[in-house]
Design a protein around this ligand. Sequence first.
Ligand code: ASP
Length: 327
Amino acid sequence: MTLPTHLQNIHLPLGDQRTGRFYGQDILSVAQFDRADLEYIFGVAEAMRTMVAHIGTFDLLKGKILANLFYEPSTRTSSSFLAAMERLGGSVIPINEVRYSSVSKGESLPDTVRTLECYADVIVLRHPETGSAAIAAAAARKPIINAGDGIGEHPTQALLDLFTIREELGRIDGLTVTLLGDLKYGRTVHSLAKLLALFNVKVNYVSPEILKMPAALVAQLREKGLTQAEFKALDPVLAETDVLYVTRVQKERFENLDEYEQVKNAYVITPATLRPAKPKLALMHPLPRVGEIAPEVDDDPRAAYFRQMEYGLYVRMALLAMVLGKA
Ligand code: ASP
């Protein structure tokens, strides 16, 4: 790749000593990352951001193929991985609707990934069952990237969430992060809380009683030294909050839809809600939103959720480059 002269001082850390840590690896859980890994990933993501801003698309992964295998609906994750691969000069086999693939004939997940790895260099997988990414990884020789496994984890979302916090507020240590909404079924908050435990932060959980953060996860994070507190209402913690991370109530995970009806509108963020909040708050949401944040909030400079999606592109470009040994 020959860069124009004005871009030649941009540091894409190709061939770095740490390359081996991610080359050929699966990305299954945030548990596999330490702080040094995160700094490294974010450094590559910054470089990707600069490259996209200046030249849009470049040939780092020319000739590489990604299989995007989605057993559950997705807008952002599937299209950002697709865009990430194409911006890096690679190409994509998109299987966004497994109904039209051999999965509908009863093909198992291991057989499906064994098939796709014959054609692709890396597989991004979203699946409704917790642990499915690990099952796929056990069957595959090529890297599997977990793009959400049921209520389990969504590691690439958590990485982009943390990158967003760092970009928006300039730091992570010392912050108070409030996770709001469906903390029981929301896989993004499960992964994000685990990553936050690597930092010196305070985490507030605000949810209805039936959607509390799983007790086992709270206990595990307590062991790691994370300061956590649980609330039913946002009011007691809003003023001290630096990052307000709002989530959708995950309708598709409820066995009893009456229960969903009782909690679906438990919290709605409006301009009035945000009045007591800090002027430098980062208001985040993994999206899609279905009423938890009123559209009138979108013009508030603290609304970071659209920028958050864009940061996701750079983080996913970084991850693809790393697992394919190019960063
Ligand atoms: N898009 C996120 C996920 O796949 C959040 C959500 O669906 O509410 O987990």
